[in-house]
Design a protein around this ligand. Structure first.
Ligand SMILES: C[S@@+](CC[C@H](N)C(=O)[O-])C[C@H]1O[C@@H](n2cnc3c(N)ncnc32)[C@H](O)[C@@H]1O
Length: 215
């Protein structure tokens, strides 16, 4: 059985990126927070262009396992940053021998970095990073979408999910990261209400991940 995550060239890119993310706290401290708070989504992406804010390694393993198990045709990632989560998703798609990952990222600098990281890991062929606002870049993406990772600005997770819903495959898996943040309350209320068509479970992975199945 192949596990691309264990390949040295993938491992070394992930190790380098997690090392880089280790500096996030210092970079956060140096930020001008009044400017961040009053910024719109694009300005915030540019102000935070040096910050990784990645999923955890356990979260990455979970994503890898979910993609291997569900074998989706199309995987959508809202919020690519430097590509840490994209690498886990792309490794799983590569090992499935089918499927493609579509990442979305608003910061131009991060788009360039994520593409470079995927190429360095040998996974550029199974992942495309769409530059710009996910609500625009994902509009024309064809379904069926079998797996979604929601990890962009939290207030946009529910609108992005609602945009994607008509293209979700039956049984699609939707993963939302950082559900412990207050700004995820509306999203959680939505996916946990059975009337909206999901079976949803919270997992205690880092800052909490919600796994929802389109049932
Ligand atoms: C928490 S980080 C993503 C971390 C990434 N998933 C990882 O594991 O490395 C959130 C990213 O979403 C991007 N983002 C936020 N809103 C966006 C939008 N509307 N469209 C595209 N990207 C967006 C930000 O620029 C930021 O880089």
């Amino acid at each position: 059985m192949t596990n691309t995550l264990r390949e040295p060239r993938v491992r070394s890119v992930l190790d380098r990126l997690f090392d880089g993310a280790g500096g996030d706290d210092d970079t956060f401290e140096a930020l001008e927070w009044d400017a961040v708070r009053s910024a719109d989504a694009q300005e915030r992406a540019d102000l935070l262009a040096g910050i990784y804010m990645p999923i955890s390694a356990r979260g990455g393993d979970l994503l890898y396992a979910l993609v291997r198990a569900s074998r989706p045709e199309n995987v959508v990632e809202f919020g690519t940053s430097f590509g840490i989560s994209t690498l886990y998703l792309a490794a799983a798609v590569a090992d499935n021998g089918k499927g493609h990952v579509y990442g979305t990222e608003m910061s131009e600098a991060k788009v360039a970095a994520a593409r470079k990281n995927l190429d360095e890991a040998g996974l550029g062929g199974v992942a495309t990073i769409l530059p710009g606002d996910a609500r625009r870049t994902l509009a024309d993406l064809k379904g069926p979408i079998g797996l979604v990772l929601l990890d962009g600005w939290k207030e946009l997770c529910l609108p992005v999910l609602r945009d994607l819903e008509p293209r979700l495959a039956a049984g699609a898996v939707v993963v939302a990261d950082d559900i412990d943040q207050e700004s995820m309350a509306g999203y959680l209320a939505y996916v946990r209400d059975p009337a909206n068509g999901y079976v949803s479970v919270a997992l205690p992975v880092e800052d909490g991940m919600e796994i929802s199945c389109r049932a």
